[in-house]
Design a binder for this molecule. Structure first.
Ligand code: 5AD
Length: 354
């Protein structure tokens, strides 16, 4: 038996991997073995979550940011970028349109922008909840009191990626910030009752397979409801402009291994994956992913939210993007969920109709 066959056989008995086994999975180069890994992840996705794919509509409402993360195109040191902020009314109108198109979840994302106070965000959350959608927030690190206020206002989920589980690499990439503090925020969110999303980037400079295995184990120990896994893409207006990008192949391996270790967690086939390869999101859906994000940011702002270059979906209107996502899902023999797609951690497996 090959090493992979042994690892997968053991996995089927125990449902788990050692760190070394994860490193072996991430090191697979043989095409046949890769297919074996992706197929196994796809089966586990089907067994635990069924064939439904959840669409999340994302509104990137401000590209102002107080941070200077070395990889990110909207970091505060990027002087070339025109900055925008959407008003509360504009955000609510965009959300209303999304809901009328059938989106059940609205994701609100921005740079870390304290112009939007606890209260302003709470009012927006309450407004969207009153329209009947679930709300995910992705606004970075904020005081616990803000997280608490937004939960009270009805927010369902919060997305805060840890980006890398290596504390030294984290500190290098995020000047003035620490992995410990990020984990503290994630703990606050969990304690406050949010469904918690986190995740990493794949192919960061200075990251190796052992470090990625650590990311996957961290995702598991955080019992995440959602985990976003995307390739690192160097942005020309950042200090990492010369760095090598993360590859689709390695990203898919991380995604598949994560699906095997976190069978019930929502895993998006990320926009970043679709940006490095036009087939990337489809490949992600075949390697364990069960969620797609659709960009609802008004077109006049879209290209200003350039966290990485050549971001997919910069030009198309939401209606068109939704149709494209739906047809991709249909072609794969799957269907778009009509429910909210809340976290599944404590749900039984779906019934398989014979
Ligand atoms: N390449 C890929 N992903 C990036 N992100 C930010 N900058 C980049 C980049 N250069 C991701 C981070 C962040 C999410 C909103 O976008 O993972 O959490």
């Amino acid at each position: 038996m090959t090493n992979l066959t042994t690892i997968l056989k053991k996995y089927k008995e125990s449902g788990t991997f050692t760190r070394d086994e994860i490193i072996s999975l991430l090191g697979i180069e043989d095409e046949k073995e890769l297919m074996q890994l992706f197929t196994q992840a796809d089966q586990v996705r089907k067994e635990y979550l069924g064939d439904e794919v959840h669409l999340r509509g994302i509104i990137e409402f401000s590209n102002w940011c107080i941070r200077n993360c070395l990889y990110c195109g909207i970091n505060r040191c990027n002087q070339e970028l025109a900055r925008y902020r959407m008003s509360s009314d504009e955000i609510l109108a965009t959300a209303a349109e999304a809901i009328s198109m059938g989106f059940k979840t609205v994701v609100l994302q921005s740079g870390e922008d304290f112009y939007y106070t606890g209260e302003i965000v709470a009012d927006i959350v309450a407004g969207i909840k009153a329209m009947g959608a679930a709300v995910t927030l992705s606004l970075g690190e904020r005081p616990r009191a803000d997280y608490a206020q937004w939960k009270m206002a009805g927010a369902d989920r919060y997305l805060l990626k840890f980006e890398t589980s290596d504390p030294d690499l984290y500190a290098r990439l995020h000047p003035g910030s620490s992995l410990a503090h990020r984990l503290r925020c994630l703990e606050d969110l969990r304690e406050l009752g949010y469904q918690v999303g986190s995740g990493n980037m794949v192919g960061l400079p200075g990251q190796d397979l052992a470090s990625l295995a650590g990311d996957i184990l961290l995702m598991r120990s955080l019992s995440l409801d959602m985990a976003g896994i995307g390739p690192f893409i160097p942005h020309p207006a950042t200090p990492l402009l010369q760095a090598e990008p993360g590859t689709v192949k390695l990203t898919l391996k991380v995604l598949a291994a994560t699906r095997l270790l976190l069978p019930r967690t929502h895993l998006p086939s990320t926009t970043a994956l679709g940006s490095v390869d036009s087939d990337g999101r489809r490949s992600g859906l075949l390697a364990g992913a069960n969620v797609l994000m659709v960009n609802l940011t008004p077109l006049r702002y879209r290209n200003l939210y350039e966290i990485y270059p050549a971001k997919a979906e910069v030009k198309d209107d939401p209606g068109r993007l939704k149709i494209e996502a739906e047809s991709m899902v249909k072609q794969l023999g799957r269907r778009i969920s009509t429910g909210y797609g809340h976290g599944n951690l404590y749900k039984p497996k779906p019934q398989i109709n014979a």
